[in-house]
Design a protein around this ligand. Structure first.
Ligand SMILES: NC(=O)N[C@@H](CC(=O)O)C(=O)O
Ligand SMILES: [Zn+2]
Ligand SMILES: [Zn+2]
Length: 349
C-alpha cells in the first residue's frame, strides 16, 4: 500500500452556504482541511462586520466547535480544528469601514453582477474611478481582492474577455494582491507571468474535465458550473501549472453544493460539489502523473506563502486504497457519486 501525507491542507475557495446545507457540508471540509476561504455569496450577501461575525459563529456552531473558554477545550484536537477565513462581498466600501472590519476578514470577493450564483448585488461596471477609493484602501490595509473573472459575453469566451479587467486592476493597483479565482483558461494561466500581484486558484474539476464531459454526451448537471469547463488545451495549461505547483497557484475547490432538486432541474444551478472527495481525487491525479511530491505545495504551501498565513498543525494521511464515493451527502450529489476513486483518507491527526 502506498501512502501520502499532507500537512495543513487548505481550500482557498469554498462555499459553505447556510442553514441545513451548512450543517451538512461544513464538517466534511473540516474533516480533511485545516482551513478554507469562505465565499460570501449568501442570500443576502455578507456585507457588514456583523454579517461576517455572525456567519463565522454559525460555521463554528455547525462544526460543533466550542465558541467560548467555558466550553471544554480539551475535547478539541487538531484533527477537529478548522479555520474559516472569512470574506466580504465587494461593494464600494469606505476606508473607515474597511479599517473597522480588517481584523474580521481575510479578503474581499468581487463578483460581476449576475454572472454566477447569488451575484446579483455584484459590480455592474468596472469603472476605475468608482472603484479607486475602495481598492486604494484595500491596498493600504493589505486586504486581498478575490475575483470571479467573467464578462457577460459568449459563455466560452467570458473568462478570456475578462483579462482586460485583470490587467487594468493589476497595473493600476500594484500593491493590491489580486487572486483570479477558479481559472479555467490558458489565457488566465498566461496572465500569471505578466503581473507580480496576480495569483490564481484552480479547482479539482477544472483539472479533470472539459466541456465535453459536461455536454458532449448526455448532459451532466452535476458537472455544470461557472466558469464552464473549457477546451482540452485550457485543461492542459491548468494541469501544467498545478502539477508543477507553480508558486502563484493554489488549490481552491470551489466546492459549491446545491440541493439535488436544483441540479437535476430544468434550469440547473451552477456548482460542483467536491469538498469531501477533493484530496482523494487530487492524490490520484498527482500520482497518475508521478507528481505527488508537488501536491503539498499546491494544497497548502503556496497559499501559505502567497497570503502569509500559518495554519494550525493538522496531518492528513491518504493511501492508494479504493474509495467508493457516496451517492449523496445529505441532499447533495458529489462529483464522482457512486464511482470508485483510487485513493482514500486513512487518518487525520
Ligand atoms: N462556481 C459555481 O458554479 N457556483 C458558485 C459560485 C461561483 O463560485 O461562481 C456557487 O455559489 O454556487
Ligand atoms: Zn465564482
Ligand atoms: Zn465559487
Amino acid at each position: 500500500m502506498k501512502t501520502h501525507t499532507l500537512l495543513m491542507p487548505l481550500d482557498m475557495h469554498l462555499h459553505l452556504r447556510d442553514g441545513v446545507m451548512l450543517e451538512t457540508v461544513a464538517p466534511l471540509s473540516a474533516y480533511s482541511f485545516s482551513g478554507a476561504v469562505v465565499m460570501p455569496n449568501l442570500v443576502p450577501p455578507v456585507t457588514t462586520k456583523e454579517d461576517v461575525q455572525a456567519y463565522k459563529e454559525r460555521i463554528f456552531t455547525a462544526l460543533g466547535t466550542p465558541l467560548s473558554d467555558e466550553d471544554d477545550l480539551f475535547e478539541t484536537t487538531n484533527a477537529d480544528y478548522f479555520e474559516p477565513m472569512m470574506t466580504l462581498f465587494y461593494q464600494h466600501y469606505e476606508r473607515d469601514f474597511l479599517e473597522e472590519v480588517r481584523d474580521d476578514i481575510f479578503a474581499v470577493k468581487l463578483y460581476p453582477a449576475g454572472i454566477t450564483t447569488n451575484s446579483e448585488g455584484g459590480v455592474s461596471s468596472f469603472d476605475l474611478d468608482a472603484m479607486r477609493p475602495t481598492l486604494e484602501a484595500m491596498s493600504a490595509l493589505e486586504i486581498p481582492l478575490l475575483i470571479h473573472g467573467e464578462t457577460d459575453g459568449f459563455v466560452m469566451d467570458r473568462e478570456a474577455e475578462f483579462m482586460n479587467v485583470y490587467e487594468m486592476l493589476a497595473s493600476n493597483f500594484p500593491d493590491l494582491k489580486i487572486v483570479m479565482e477558479h481559472i479555467t483558461t490558458k489565457a488566465a494561466v498566461d496572465m500569471l507571468e505578466q503581473y507580480p500581484n496576480l495569483y490564481a486558484t484552480i479547482t479539482l474539476h477544472h483539472l479533470l474535465i472539459t466541456l465535453d464531459d459536461v455536454a458532449g454526451g448526455l448532459m451532466r448537471p452535476h458537472l455544470f458550473c461557472k466558469p464552464i469547463a473549457k477546451r482540452p488545451e485550457d485543461r492542459e495549461a491548468l494541469l501544467e501549472v498545478a502539477l508543477e505547483a507553480h508558486p502563484k497557484v493554489m488549490f481552491g475547490s470551489d466546492s459549491a453544493p446545491h440541493p439535488q432538486h436544483k441540479k437535476e432541474a430544468c434550469g440547473c444551478a451552477a456548482g460542483v460539489f467536491t469538498a469531501p472527495i477533493a484530496l482523494q481525487a487530487l492524490c490520484e491525479l498527482f500520482d497518475q502523473y508521478g507528481k505527488l511530491e508537488n501536491l503539498q505545495a499546491f494544497v497548502s504551501d503556496n497559499a501559505q506563502s502567497i497570503y502569509g498565513i500559518c495554519p494550525e498543525f493538522k496531518e492528513v494521511t491518504l493511501s492508494d486504497t479504493p474509495f467508493t464515493v457516496p451517492a449523496k451527502y445529505g441532499d447533495v450529489v458529489p462529483m464522482f457519486a457512486g464511482e470508485t476513486l483510487g485513493w482514500s483518507i486513512e487518518d487525520v491527526l
